[in-house]
Design a protein around this ligand. Structure first.
Ligand SMILES: C[S@@+](CC[C@H](N)C(=O)[O-])C[C@H]1O[C@@H](n2cnc3c(N)ncnc32)[C@H](O)[C@@H]1O
Length: 153
């Protein structure tokens, strides 16, 4: 027989929650992949999927209402320079009326050192920047998103 105190049980309960959360994340990723794979052939035909590479996008000014950037900018702050971040974000703001970037952590789960600089730069460009907490997290603690909007919005 093994007797466990409450403090010994707590880490086990925590582990169960982590496993359940990982399984939910896995299911969510698989579901999203299925939706994408099912839509890809017709999306390609209709010109809804285009290959392009930041920091230059082949779109005219304000062509989109919303641009989403997930797990690229800020996450790879060790690999992608500040200049790349600034040019890419400026380009996203050029083609879309609103830009959302998620998450704001690096791979080491630290806030990106570029975040404050980019936000300062957005002030200069007369774009509003707002950090919002979202109901999703892939990296532990990575549940914040940067929203960029024109001052008039
Ligand atoms: C970690 S994955 C994230 C994929 C997806 N957005 C997500 O959140 O699951 C990073 C993605 O950034 C893309 N990528 C890398 N360099 C890029 C660039 N210069 N411009 C646009 N996308 C780029 C890669 O092709 C890859 O799909």
């Amino acid at each position: 027989m093994m007797l466990l105190t409450k403090s010994m049980l707590l880490p086990l309960i925590g582990l169960g929650a982590i496993i359940e959360k990982s399984e939910n994340l896995r299911q969510n990723r698989l579901k999203v992949m299925d939706i994408f794979v099912a839509d890809y052939p017709q999306g390609l035909e209709q010109g809804r999927y285009l290959a392009a590479s930041l920091p230059n996008l082949p779109f005219v000014n304000g062509e989109f209402d919303l641009a989403l950037c997930s797990h690229l900018l800020f996450l790879y702050s060790d690999l992608l320079s500040l200049e790349f971040h600034q040019q890419s974000i400026k380009e996203l703001c050029r083609v879309a009326k609103e830009v959302r970037i998620f998450p704001l952590l690096t791979l080491a789960r630290k806030e990106s050192p570029f975040l404050a600089i980019v936000r300062e730069n957005m002030n200069v460009l007369r774009l509003k920047s707002r950090i919002e907490t979202v109901n999703y997290e892939l990296q532990k603690g990575g549940n914040q998103m940067l929203r960029l909007l024109a001052f008039s919005s």
